[in-house]
Design a protein around this ligand. Structure first.
Ligand code: CP
Length: 313
């Protein structure tokens, strides 16, 4: 049976923990991994803009000794002539060994996975989820805080459309003693399908507020997010909400000395650049950790699909 990752729940907690172990081994012993994917091809199908996710997938495959076929823009592909996602996935299955795909429509990655004969990794589908960003986030939390349980995690900004937040809450629900603090304007609160189906269903401790300054001193992790301009139906609402939260050094002074500041990036205005040199700023570490976790995930899916031997740490 072909194995894809569309949602973070497609991986068990044990598998996520194993992926973080492999990623940490890659960091320590890159040479051991440099040729494992020789002769294999990753296709990156990006129907929606990206810098980090696409390039980190591509860097990941090159660092594993593999090759990359890249579709960087739907406008220059046959999607612009009306080719369906299913047909595209079937076609790419003839050329590559694994697909990483981003699309603006929720569910598009699942459609591709159902049609493809090779593994598909969801690299972000609309406002739904972004499981490999979550893998990057989990490795960052583990490396910076030394644990993935016993944490108070504040998620701030656009919790409605921010797909990275949806996947991260889902992943954190599997760890012990996680307290979630949801910080957003009313209009950008977490969708019910995440709040009810993940937070309530898993009995997670959770507080909702619009007041970042109130929340800050309580947090071990502050996860800032961009207001997702591309998902708004009218510009007026976006302009009114886009600067709801701007983290400045003065505000961060209210946080604990070991609170880490995360952001999936791209950042617009949410975190002042004056914070970049603060040792608590971890958003560029997330970028690098994302590459290592994507390397680990490519290895796992190729091994699960018998395209390479299983990797042991
Ligand atoms: N974090 C993230 O998904 O960034 P990109 O949109 O640049 O891929």
């Amino acid at each position: 049976m072909k194995r894809s990752v569309i949602d973070i729940t497609d991986l068990t907690k044990e598998e996520i923990d194993a992926l973080t172990n492999v990623a940490e081994d890659i960091i320590s012993n890159p040479g051991k991994y440099a040729h494992i994917c020789a002769g294999k091809k990753l296709a990156t199908l990006f129907f929606e803009p990206s810098t980090r996710t696409r390039m980190s997938f591509e860097a990941a495959m090159y660092e594993l000794g593999g090759n990359v076929l890249s579709m960087t823009d739907a406008a220059t592909s046959s999607a612009s002539k009306g080719e369906s996602v299913s047909d595209t996935a079937k076609v790419i299955s003839c050329y590559a060994d694994i697909i990483a795909m981003r699309h603006s429509k929720e569910g598009a990655a699942l459609v591709a996975a159902n049609a493809a004969s090779i593994p598909v990794i969801n690299a972000g589908d609309g406002g739904h989820c972004h499981p490999t960003q979550t893998l990057a986030d989990l490795l960052t939390i583990k490396r910076e805080k030394g644990r993935l349980g016993d944490l108070t995690v504040g998620l701030c900004g656009d919790l409605k459309f921010g797909r990275t937040v949806h996947s991260l809450i889902q992943a954190l629900s599997r760890y012990e003693n996680i307290q979630i603090v949801l910080i957003s304007p009313d209009e950008l609160r977490l969708p019910d399908y995440v709040y009810n189906d993940v937070i309530i269903k898993n009995n997670m401790k959770c507080t909702q507020t619009s007041d970042l300054l109130w929340a800050l001193p309580k947090l071990d992790v502050l996860y800032m997010t961009r207001v997702q301009k591309e998902r708004f139906f009218n510009e007026e609402d976006y302009l009114r909400l886009k600067d709801s939260y701007i983290l400045t050094p003065e505000k961060l002074a209210r946080a604990k000395k070991d609170t880490i500041v995360m952001h999936p990036l791209p950042r617009v205005n949410e975190i002042s650049v004056a914070i970049d040199d603060d040792p608590r700023a971890c958003y560029f570490k997330q970028v690098l950790n994302g590459k290592y976790m994507r390397m680990a995930l490519i290895l796992k899916l190729l091994a699960d699909n018998k395209a390479i031997d299983e990797v042991t740490v």
